[in-house]
Design a binder for this molecule. Structure first.
Ligand code: ZN
Length: 328
């Protein structure tokens, strides 16, 4: 029994540090180990016949052997039938470099462009993916249980192009700064050990609502993480301070573009908040994207347009469904 427990405790370290196992094999080895640990606990429960003791001991063993479900492993995209690509490499490398500069005072965290080999424990790999088995609405996300970020490069390209043009009213922003912001949002998901995506999946007919959901809270937490990193860097006089300033200014342009595109594609009724259509959330997984960006921009690099937009959002989002029902 002692030999068995000693093996259980030392195996996770052996698996994690093994150079002969691929990350794919490591993940399966870890899953197998968790299953074996669980079987041992059930066996101990049967042998000792006491109710509480084996359960407490079991939870301890599960945590000690790394079976707590945290995002500590890297799941390669091939696991999901996805394919890596080198296109948009310059944009992604630029975004990663900027995000890593902003993370300079967080020496425990950084992104890595190169896939799985040679990634340090604290690095989060960013996988660039082709369109195989993906939709254009898949842009950037953290898969469940993965300490990694997936980017569908065509989805990202389409989203950025739309944001630049903004129905003909867009101002130019540096896309690498936008990518850096998005990556930091995804890092927020990794840090909080929750899966998540940058954007809501496109829905032709989303129902506007102000309902709370766990998923919306996770998104707010991921946004707050990204904002915290940029704000900390903004206060610095070193290289990361100048980078954070540029990122903040580009976020303000991006937010203004997204807001302009929404406002200009709607009717006067909507703008005057006689309908919740553009101000409320457009589904249940994410808070309203324009609201998220406007709020972030207002905290990082406020302008008159941004603070007026934020005011409109806050006023309209505070109104009840009954208020709108009474209007109709
Ligand atoms: Zn997210």
């Amino acid at each position: 029994m002692c030999v068995l427990f000693a093996s259980l405790f030392s195996l996770p370290t052996y698996i994690a540090n093994s150079s002969s196992l691929s990350d794919f094999d490591k993940r399966y080895a870890q899953t197998f180990l968790c299953g074996l640990t669980l079987c041992t606990i059930i066996f101990a429960r049967m042998v000792f016949k006491r109710r509480i003791l084996p359960i407490i001991f079991g939870v301890f063993v599960l945590l000690a052997t790394g079976c707590d479900g945290r995002n500590r492993s890297i799941i390669v995209p091939e696991t999901f039938g996805l394919e890596r690509t080198t296109s948009e490499g310059e944009l992604l490398r630029g975004g990663i470099t900027i995000a890593n500069i902003l993370l300079e005072n967080r020496s425990d965290l950084s992104f890595s462009r190169e896939e799985t080999d040679g990634i340090a424990e604290q690095q989060i790999p960013v996988f660039a993916l082709s369109s195989i088995n993906l939709n254009l609405s898949d842009v950037m996300w953290v898969p469940k249980g993965c300490r990694c970020v997936y980017v569908h490069v065509r989805g990202l390209r389409r989203w950025l192009d739309k944001a630049q043009i903004a129905d003909g009213y867009g101002d130019h922003f540096d896309e690498r700064d936008a990518v850096a912001l998005f990556l930091l949002h995804e890092m927020g998901h990794v840090i909080h050990e929750k899966p998540g995506a940058l954007l809501e999946f496109e829905d032709a007919n989303p129902s506007e609502n102000m309902d709370k959901s766990n998923s919306k809270s996770e998104e707010d937490n991921a946004d707050a993480f990204a904002e915290g990193v940029i704000k900390k860097a903004l206060a610095s006089k070193a290289n990361d301070g100048a980078t954070a300033k540029a990122v903040s200014q580009n976020v303000a342009v991006l937010a203004t573009n997204i807001y302009a595109a929404i406002i200009l594609s709607t009717t006067l009724d909507n703008i005057m908040c006689l309908s919740p259509r553009i101000y409320w959330d457009w589904g249940y997984t994410h808070p309203n994207l324009a609201y998220r960006l406007v709020r972030l921009a207002n905290n990082l690099a406020p302008t008159e347009t941004i603070s007026t937009a934020l005011n409109d959002f806050d006023k309209c989002r505070a109104l009840s469904p009954e208020y709108f029902d009474a209007l109709n």
